[in-house]
Design a protein around this ligand. Structure first.
Ligand code: ZN
Length: 419
């Protein structure tokens, strides 16, 4: 995954977390999914119908809030000239903010994948399932199962197996017909086997090359021994695809059911491949950490200082890191302070009251001038300095160490800085 898309994915995930935490007092939060092929004028007339129907809602507060949300949506749609490429989603409603208060809020999301279905949904929570499904991995693997009689080729897209082609061979059985010399028979048989492998290689290359090469995470080959080994060593695939081979697996079936057998047999390997890049980055960090080169930094303060002077080659951010960078100003003198606030589990943004201290210089109240997600802040800083950013999950040991022992932030440096 490219750096930029990793950051976008992180931001998208955070937005969904925030939306998930919001609730209405009644069924008054509106989620509106507009696919790209939907006419805006159709949406407007449907919302007007909903507005009319909302007048039947018994609770006066809920009725007012639902109609208020619909009014807000209708006025926003006036400014939408066309539906974006992947569609657009509006979340609008009177969100419960505690202390017996609600706040009319709107979040607009242009999703990373296309919205298929138009939906209008009104509930006490926002409706997020279609967007959450987009967060799941959508890596693609080439699948091939073969023996000397048949072969099946397919793709694994996310969790879905798509069979594409089934081939059968004309390779003669081991029993030769009378009158043929044993040697001649064996020779013909080997030629037929080689021809079949060539045919498989061509068909598989065509199917696998239909996927953008950078999106193809690997090729899995299954079958009985020694067939799959023979195919593997013969380089029958396009040379660019040869580099994508991710393993050979024992599989009994070589028809369509063999494809799912292959995916099951390879499940552990698939998991490793998913994490391989992250694992490599963490291994490099640990190697620098124990070497004398002093090209490793960790903890927010050290990492930040190194980022600022441009000495960071790779910035490692734990996917579980949740913190905000806050800048406060004194309301009457020139006092200013910056600090980082770790968010507690389940807390999505800090409350304003966190900074309601008084100025140490003059005693006047302190005001928050800036509050920004620390991941966003550091990623932007990294961008300016040409630093590579890697997001590290906590699904493997070194990854959870990054979060628990190093505060979720570490850096591999270009050179030793002594910071
Ligand atoms: Zn002051």
């Amino acid at each position: 995954m490219s750096e930029q898309s990793a950051q976008k994915k992180y931001e998208f995930k955070r937005k969904l977390e925030q939306l998930k935490s919001k609730k209405g007092r009644g069924t008054e939060l509106v989620s509106l999914y507009i696919p790209p092929d939907k006419q805006i004028s159709d949406v407007v007339s449907q919302l007007k119908v909903e507005h009319g129907q909302a007048s039947n809602i018994k609770s006066k507060v809920t009725k007012t809030n639902v109609q208020g949300a619909l009014d807000s949506l209708l006025s926003r749609l006036k400014y939408l000239e066309e539906v974006p490429e992947n569609g657009i989603v509006y979340f609008t409603g009177a969100v419960d903010i505690g202390a017996n208060k609600t706040n009319m809020e709107t979040t607009i999301i242009e999703p990373p994948q296309q919205i298929i279905t138009y939906r209008y949904h009104c509930d006490s929570r926002f409706f997020l399932e279609p967007l959450e499904a987009m967060l799941k991995e959508t890596k693609t693997y080439g699948l091939l199962v073969l023996d000397r009689r048949e072969a099946t080729i397919g793709l694994l897209v996310g969790k879905r197996i798509e069979p594409y082609r089934h081939l059968t061979s004309t390779v003669p059985g081991k029993q030769r017909k009378g009158g043929q010399s044993a040697q001649r028979f064996q020779q013909l048989r080997l030629i037929a086997i080689n021809d079949f492998y060539k045919k498989i290689g061509e068909a598989a290359s065509e199917i696998f090359m239909s996927v953008e090469l950078s999106d193809l995470a690997g090729i899995l080959i299954g079958g009985p021994s020694p067939t799959k080994e023979e195919f593997d060593s013969g380089e029958y695939l396009h040379h660019e695809l040869e580099k994508k081979k991710a393993g050979l697996f024992d599989v009994a079936y070589t028809d369509e059911s063999g494809l799912s057998e292959l995916v099951n047999a390879a499940s552990e390997r698939l998991y490793d491949i998913d994490l391989m890049e992250e694992k490599r980055a963490m291994e490099k960090f640990f190697a620098e950490l124990v070497s004398e080169s002093e090209k490793a930094a960790y903890g927010e303060e050290n990492v930040r200082k190194n980022l600022e002077i441009g000495s960071v080659e790779t910035l490692l951010i734990s996917e579980d890191l949740r913190a905000e960078r806050i800048v406060v100003n004194c309301s009457s003198c020139s006092y200013q302070n910056k600090y980082t606030l770790q968010l507690r589990a389940g807390e999505l943004t800090s409350q304003e009251s966190d900074a309601s201290n008084n100025c140490p210089n003059c005693g006047s109240p302190i005001e928050i001038r800036e509050k920004v997600d620390i991941v966003e802040e550091l990623s932007n800083l990294a961008d300016q300095m040409g630093t590579e950013v890697k997001f590290i999950s906590t699904e493997f040991e070194e990854g959870s160490q990054l979060m628990n022992a190093f505060g979720g932030l570490a850096a591999i440096l270009r050179f030793s800085t002594g910071i």
